[in-house]
Design a protein around this ligand. Structure first.
Ligand code: UPG
Length: 469
């Protein structure tokens, strides 16, 4: 109650100013941006920093409640693509400096009132904690993945397990153990692991005792047992503040809060909506593998024929760079039959909320998973790597909101027959009916969590109250 009153005071007086920084990729910007909008709606001034000179919000971005700033990540126009390791190393070297300079400038601008006191940073930029503290700000990590996945990284950080990890990992008595294929992967094609990615994930826990709070994009009801475990391990208070989905799809308390992330103008959206409008309720499979995943040609082919042979209409997002992997015969056949539509990108939430969409075939990126959960859309899980394998396990066995397509462990491939069978089971089978009921239940709980007085809403109020105190 007291937190709520102090938040109300903040709204009137704009007493706090928070800087927020995210990696310039869709899956991280989206949740941090949504959280920023929630903070702004509670009276906090927010400056959202994007460490990139080539990623820009389109001019129509619905970000008017927050300020957007860009800082350099050292990328030169026309530069050759770097390897993943080179990118991670250089990003850190450059952004440590450009971020520190940005904070100093903010603190030294007398016209900027109130001055910032906190840096909320994307937790994989673990070194930003020191940058914040050196400049006299509090550093607050924001974890964009589940508490379960981060529990595994916590163990890696404390050298209790290694990546690639071997299961079973039986960490939380109330939850099923995680088998090898269900642990986060960070794997290279030869089955090893990217060393810098592993240390980046494990280092999220480095010096974490210096963080005054820990924010995480989940909600208490969704991960109660793991959150309890994690709270017993780390010193700083953990505040679940998710799901960070635009308010219009949940509690509808924020104005103009429909748009999401970077690619707001989607040229193919009219075509998507027209196509969906012509379909029956719950009749379409929406298929997307997120903003980063690059599937092999063989896997694309299996998905294509699995979808086609299920004989259920599908809307498939295949990014421009991936389209060359689609079999020409498949494209010809769908052009003639109207059974499917392939687009380069869509506004995913607008698609998921459409009444024609009956399920979502996904790579189980955490944002996609949460978006489906919030909109009550059941899932068909074809996980690729990182956190997705663990998310897929929870989707099927813990939250019971979807079906995992079997994956050949060695090749990390799902075949067309299993894809087709999973689709049929979900869209037409008895198991699908139970899953649909569970999805509807989670949708309600997600909405409650961010509604006034819900678990995440209270946590955000608490955070804001501490800022203005
Ligand atoms: O046509 C599309 C496809 C995707 N999206 C959006 O793009 C985001 C994709 O995010 P996510 O599902 O999390 O996938 P990735 O882009 O792959 O995200 C990365 O970041 C996530 C958070 O750390 C991790 O969970 C993932 O494994 C990692 O790959 C979601 O908000 C989608 O709504 C669209 O708007 N339109």
């Amino acid at each position: 109650m007291e937190d709520r009153r102090e938040t109300a005071a903040a709204i009137n007086e704009k007493k706090a100013h928070v800087l927020v920084i995210s990696y310039a990729i869709q899956g991280h910007i989206n949740p941090l941006l949504q959280f920023s909008k929630r903070l702004a709606s509670k009276g906090v001034k927010v400056t959202f920093i994007i460490p990139s000179t080539r990623t820009k919000f389109p001019p129509n971005a619905a970000t008017s409640s927050i300020d957007i700033a860009y800082i350099s990540d050292g990328y030169e126009e026309g530069e050759n693509l770097l390897s993943l390791d080179e990118l991670i190393t250089r990003f850190r070297l450059v952004v440590q400096n450009t971020l520190a300079k940005f904070i100093r400038n903010q603190l030294e601008s007398p016209e900027l009132q109130p001055p910032p006191t906190v840096l909320v940073y994307d937790s994989v930029m673990f070194w930003a904690l020191d940058v914040a503290l050196e400049q006299g700000l509090q550093g607050v990590p924001f974890f964009t993945q589940t508490c379960m996945v981060n529990a595994v990284y916590y163990l890696v950080h404390h050298a209790q397990i290694q990546i690639p990890a071997t299961g079973p990992l039986d960490l939380i008595p109330e939850l099923p153990a995680l088998e090898t294929s269900e642990l986060p992967t960070l794997a290279t094609v030869d089955g090893g692991a990217y060393p810098l990615l592993v240390s980046m994930c494990a280092n999220q826990f480095l010096k974490l005792e210096k963080a005054k709070w820990i924010l995480i994009n989940t909600f208490s009801e969704l991960e109660a047992q793991v959150l309890k475990w994690m709270m017993s391990k780390v010193q700083s208070p953990i505040l679940p503040v998710g799901p960070t989905i635009p308010s219009i799809y949940l509690d509808q308390r924020l104005e103009n809060d429909k748009e999401y992330g970077l690619q707001l103008f989607v040229p193919e959206m009219d075509a998507c909506m027209k196509w969906l409008d012509s379909r029956e309720v719950d009749s379409v499979i929406y298929v997307s593998f997120g903003s980063l995943a690059s599937l092999g040609e063989e896997q694309m082919e299996e998905i294509a024929w699995g979808l086609k042979s299920s004989n259920i209409p599908f809307l498939w997002v295949v990014r421009e760079s991936e389209k060359k992997k689609l079999p020409a015969k498949f494209l010809d056949e769908i052009a003639q039959s109207d059974i499917g539509l392939v687009v380069g990108w869509c506004s995913q939430l607008e698609v998921l909320v459409h009444k024609a969409v009956g399920c979502f075939m996904t790579h189980c990126g955490w944002n996609s998973t949460l978006e489906a959960l919030c909109l009550g859309v059941p899932l068909i899980a074809i996980a690729q790597w990182t956190d997705q394998t663990t998310n897929a396990k929870f989707i099927e066995d813990v939250w019971k909101v979807g079906i995992r397509v079997p994956v050949d462990g060695k090749k990390r491939m799902s075949n067309r027959n299993d894809i087709m069978t999973s689709i049929r089971e979900l869209m037409e089978g008895e198991r699908g009916k139970d899953i649909r009921k569970n999805s509807a239940r989670w949708r309600e709980m997600a909405k409650q969590a961010v509604s006034e007085g819900g678990s995440s809403d209270r946590n955000i109020d608490h955070f804001v109250a501490q800022l203005v105190r």
